[in-house]
Design a protein around this ligand. Structure first.
Ligand code: HEC
Length: 692
């Protein structure tokens, strides 16, 4: 099962160098050597199958970290979001970037060994709600040599020879004609590869699949929501789930996609999947008579060998706020009321921190980690949230927290068995939710992103004033915060915890920082010219410990965020690698990074109200998801288009001239006239807000 530890003497040497104050770390290290994966490697996205994002390495520790410096770096290919956790196996670092461009480096020197581009068709950029990101790779240590496993945006699962970077096999895990994408990291458990997909914003039906790592053959597949009853249910779990839906839900896909986290307990042989939001968002359009809509927003345990349903816990029954439970699920054995419990822990988007028994799914405890208003707590009798009825929105916008970005999103948290704490990147968010007047399956989210602009403006102002982020050290036993590092804005990155009593995190202040794991004291920080939103890793080559992280702002938060982030001055996205005594220097920031572009006044509005209204509706259906509510902010603020962009509008929107950077052509859904209507709406919005 787990890869055995090879170089015992090396780690013993390492232990000897750690200061006595870290006795707990020593013990752990020894324990880890005898059973877990090789601590020198980081061969799975959470390092171990329990997804703890914890390393038993302690050469870099709270006492030595002040000597930490950059040792090598590599420029990345696009300036879209870099969300991937790199892997390291036996001295080779494997990285992956938007469009699934995958690279191998000598992990000590940074020398590039190979590069592989799967040539993902650019049209998939439009199907990725939250940027053309990838969150990582899998690694299969087979007898015939290692394989790097890619889950490509276009739904392919690709195995590469780890030594050469050449393709060994490739499988299409989705129907390419449908609107699925893969952004999550494949997980490799022995010879099984687990992979999910995304697309709940596009009207798909979620599922997870297991493939054979040697042959690429499909072993099993489990759908997360029921299909059309007329086609027959795949299994008893689907039949049971169908009882919790009404109407003709299958026409809109249903959603529940497994777009990120998967964990595995080899002793129980249980695979845990986290499922996503409903499709469409507004429940009344997918299940008019209400209902819990199983298995949306749930943690589901499946039999590892067969994919059969074992148990589930639904975090948000009748979900309609994009409250995915796809966030990382950490397995740990912790003592609660004097008893060691095998738990699974999750901080999904909905703002609660859950501790469940991972053998049975029994809810042990749940508390909020951030201020929220959609629910006031969890009823421990029923395990259900105590909902605020006002959060169930109609056509008039209401302010709900958390917003769709969640109190915790995909950015990995970390659990340290040494401190017993979970280190969670938390955000406090607020969002305007309103149902659309009508909905057609496959078009939009069933929500309105425009209209009632006075209310929207008020909500947006409140959200701007009150949104923030922090790193929380959460005690899962007492369900309370032990310490916190506050940040002025939300948007800080994933977390790594180590036996060196350290927690590493990229910050929205364009730095990479280390805190003491026991008390949160900042012990090291370095400006890195970009925001490392991804999770850092640590590994060893020869006698040296390294820390690596991808730094590149983007992803869902950058897509929905308002222009508040225009104060981020960013250098090129990079993979950064640090070690004690590292002395590499980043080149100076390019001068244009500091230039605030001069805004040109928008063209004069010339369209009639009817045209603008048509454009507004089309904008809401097709563009708002990436360019923001009422065209405020988003990935590119379309109120601030330059004269050249206005002139090139049709070329961009219909011609696909920016497709390589994630803005694919809409020629298959919009006519010339509809594109012009949207343009008129944007000109009208730009004029309304000009000078503000
Ligand atoms: C899946 C996300 C996504 C969707 C949906 C989307 N866009 Fe984009 N758009 C992008 C990205 C990413 C860029 C930035 C491209 C770049 O950096 O060159 C962009 C850039 C643009 C630009 C160039 C802006 C500038 O100032 O440079 C225009 C115009 C544009 N989009 C219009 C639209 C319109 C109109 C729609 C709806 C019909 C739309 N987009 C839907 C992702 C999206």
């Amino acid at each position: 099962m787990g890869r055995r530890f090879r170089n015992h003497s090396g780690v013993m040497g390492m232990i000897a160098q750690i200061r006595p104050g870290l006795a707990v770390g020593f013990l752990l290290l020894v324990a880890a050597c005898s059973q877990g994966p090789d601590p020198r490697n980081w061969a799975s996205t959470g390092r171990s199958w329990d997804e703890q994002h914890f390393s038993p390495l302690g050469l870099i520790n709270a006492d030595t970290v002040d000597e930490l410096g950059l040792t090598w770096f590599a420029d990345l290919n696009t300036d879209r979001g870099q969300e991937a956790t790199p892997l390291v196996v036996d001295g080779v670092l494997y990285n992956t970037e938007p469009w699934n461009i995958t690279t191998a480096y000598n992990a000590a020197t940074g020398e590039q060994l190979w590069r592989y581009d799967p040539q993902v068709p650019l049209r998939f950029g439009r199907l990725a709600c939250c940027d053309i990101v990838t969150r990582g790779l899998g690694f299969h240590a087979g007898e015939s040599g290692g394989k790097v496993i890619i889950g490509a945006l276009d739904g392919r699962l690709i195995a590469l020879d780890a030594a050469s970077g050449e393709e060994v096999w490739s499988m299409q895990t989705t129907d390419p004609a449908d609107r699925y994408t893969i952004t999550g990291a494949p997980r490799v458990y022995g010879d099984r590869i687990l992979i999910g997909n995304g697309g709940a914003e596009m009207g798909v039906r979620g599922y997870v699949s297991a493939y054979d790592a040697n042959s690429g053959e499909l072993l099993w597949r489990w759908y997360t929501v029921p299909g059309n009853p007329a086609d027959g249910f795949e299994n008893a779990a689907m039949e049971a789930a169908a009882e919790t839906w009404s109407g003709t839900w299958w026409q809109s896909g249903g959603g529940g996609t497994v777009w990120d986290a998967i964990s595995y307990d080899p002793e129980l042989d249980l695979v845990y999947i986290g499922t996503g939001n409903g499709s469409p968002w507004a429940r009344k359009f997918r299940s008019p008579e209400g209902g819990d809509n199983l298995y949306l927003a749930s943690i589901v345990a499946l039999d590892g060998a067969t994919g059969e349903y074992r148990w589930h816990y639904q975090t948000t029954p009748g979900e309609e706020w994009d409250y995915t439970a796809t966030q990382q699920m950490v397995l740990a054995d912790i003592e609660i009321d004097g008893v060691t419990r095998q738990v699974i822990m999750q901080a999904p988007k909905n703002g609660f921190f859950y501790v469940l028994d991972r053998a049975t799914g029994e809810l042990i405890s749940a508390e909020t980690i951030a201020p929220i208003n959609w629910a006031s707590g969890i009823d421990m009798e029923t395990g259900r949230p105590i909902e605020n009825p006002e959060a169930r929105y109609g056509t008039i916008p209401v302010m709900v927290s958390p917003g769709a970005g969640g109190a915790h999103n995909w950015n990995p948290m970390a659990y340290s068995p040494a401190t017993g704490l979970v280190y969670v990147p938390v955000t406090e968010t607020y969002m305007a939710y309103a149902a659309a007047e009508s909905y057609q399956p496959g078009r939009g989210l069933g929500t309105a992103f425009a209209g009632h602009d006075d209310i929207r403006r008020e909500i947006a102002d409140y959200a701007d004033a009150n949104s923030k982020g922090w790193l929380s050290a959460w005690d899962p036993v007492t369900q309370s915060e032990r310490w916190r590092v506050p940040y002025a804005q939300k948007g800080s990155g994933g977390v790594l915890a180590t036996a060196g009593n350290l927690v590493f995190q990229g910050t929205i202040g364009t730095t990479f920082a280390a805190y003491r794991a026991d008390n949160g004291e900042k012990v090291w920080e370095m400006p890195v010219q970009n925001v490392p939103i991804a999770a850092p890793i640590t590994y060893m080559v020869d006698d040296e410990q390294y820390i690596a992280v991808n730094a590149g702002w983007g992803g869902g938060l950058a897509h929905v965020e308002r222009s508040a982030y225009s104060n981020l001055h960013l250098g090129p996205p990079r993979l950064l690698v640090f070690k004690l005594g590292g002395s590499a220097q980043l080149p100076p920031m390019p001068e244009e990074s500091f230039v605030v572009p001069e805004l040109s006044p928008p063209p004069a509005p010339e369209a009639d109200d009817e045209t603008v209204a048509r454009g507004e509706a089309l904008y809401g259906e097709n563009c708002a998801i990436c360019h923001g509510n009422a065209a405020r902010g988003g990935v590119k603020d379309l109120r601030h288009m330059s004269p050249a962009t206005h002139a090139a509008f049709a070329e961009i929107v219909l011609g696909g001239s920016r497709a390589a950077n994630g803005m694919a052509s809409f020629a298959d859904v919009l006519t010339d006239e509809e594109s012009q209507d949207i343009h008129h709406y944007l000109i009208a919005r730009a004029n309304e807000d000009w000078g503000d």
